[in-house]
Ligand binder design. Structure first.
Ligand code: CP3
Length: 339
């Protein structure tokens, strides 16, 4: 999820001098911020995730996106008409050019990591990106994007298809640059009904998992594992486990043992601690980590096919020492689990 961010004083120091997207666009700064948690929690993190944002893709497609203090992402001119949607749906995007700064940041960070831990690349899922592009920011009720898909189904699907094409190219170039695993964030998956998820999200997630490996082969680079995280879409777990991804990320609404049963060994599962547990203090963190790991480990698979993670991104009020305690406890309980 989010490793760097406002809970780290060293990140806030960087942010005093540079705005959010400047950090994303400056490879040295993106590398520095990616390295911060790796340095602070030396030996405790098993992977790093490149510092960037899912909203660099809408930017590459020509939309303006700002990151406002305390409010989050803001699109001054969101997509609200079928005409505008079709204009973007028909527009080819040169991702190599538009997002070159991300690939530079990835390559620089791979060199800087020097093999300490692998580097994860990522992109937003098409549905989540469409939601941001139409809403113009975060939302609680998703009035605009829902209006849009129910009034303009054809155009919405055409735009989702274009976003998917851009994401596939973008993810492939991240691997060329040095990313060793890729994660797709469908943060707003759970805002759709099951039936609409099958129309507006899943087919595009599947296009990514089907076409990306072929693209990587054609580019002569390693076919890396893919992780899908569809937040809130607890009902789609079986389908996600069969959608061509190696790893399915789980939010905290899943019961670990039940999730294990439902994926039936087809994929690795990742998750799923409620990040707000980190506000509970050390004793509470210990209890929740133990319960989570025992519960994921209790199946036939022992500790295999399981990646410990939070069930969503870390938030800004977490004490970095509590995060450290979480990581230490994960290692302590991990050592006690059967092979
Ligand atoms: O750990 C890392 O360094 C990874 C970098 C990363 C960021 N965003 C940096 C970031 C990743 C993997 C993301 C993904 C992302 N961005 C998602 C998918 C995951 C999820 O959280 O559901 C989404 C939906 C976004 C869009 C986005 N970016 C939002 C909604 C916000 C505001 C969040 C908030 O807490 O206010 C951001 C901003 C953002 N992206 C921050 C960071 C570190 C904090 C902003 C800041 O420093 O001002």
């Amino acid at each position: 999820m989010r490793q760097a961010g406002r809970y780290l004083p060293e990140y806030n120091e960087v942010k005093k001098l540079h705005d959010f997207f400047t950090v994303c666009r400056t490879p040295e700064l993106a590398c520095e911020v990616t390295m911060q948690p790796i340095r602070r929690y030396s030996g405790l993190l098993d992977a790093s995730i490149i510092f960037s944002d899912i909203l660099v893709v809408p930017q590459a497609m020509g939309l303006e996106v700002q990151m406002l203090d305390k409010q989050g992402p803001h699109f001054p001119d969101p997509i609200r008409t079928a005409e505008k949607a079709m204009e973007l749906a028909n527009k080819e995007v040169d991702v190599k050019k538009e997002l070159g700064y991300v690939y530079e940041a990835i390559t620089l960070t791979r060199h800087t990591l020097a093999g300490q831990v692998p580097l994860i690349g990522f992109a937003g899922a098409p549905w989540t990106l469409l939601a941001y592009m139409v809403e113009g920011g975060g939302s609680r009720i998703f009035r605009f994007v829902k209006t849009f898909i129910y009034q303009n189904k054809k155009e919405a699907l055409a735009l989702l298809d274009r976003i998917t094409t851009v994401c596939i190219d973008y993810l492939a170039q991240q691997v060329v640059a040095g990313a060793q695993l890729l994660q797709i964030f469908d943060s707003w998956a759970g805002e759709l009904s099951q039936a609409d998820f099958a129309v507006y999200s899943l087919p595009f997630l599947k296009r990514i998992s089907q076409e990306l490996p072929k693209k990587l082969e054609a580019l002569g680079v390693e076919v890396v594992p893919l992780t899908v995280f569809a937040k809130g879409a607890w009902w789609a777990l079986e389908e996600l486990a069969e959608s061509g991804y190696s790893v399915v990320g789980l939010d905290w609404t899943h019961d670990p043992q039940q999730a294990r049963r439902r994926v039936a060994g087809k994929v690795t599962v990742q998750g799923n601690l409620d990040p707000n547990v980190l506000y509970g203090g050390k004793e509470v963190i210990t209890k929740y980590v133990k319960d989570m790991m025992e519960s994921f480990g209790a199946g036939d698979e022992g500790r295999k096919k399981y990646i410990v993670n939070l069930g969503h991104g870390i938030t800004q009020w977490v004490d970095p020492e509590d995060m450290k305690h979480f990581l230490e406890e994960v290692h302590r309980f991990g050592k006690q689990m059967p092979e």
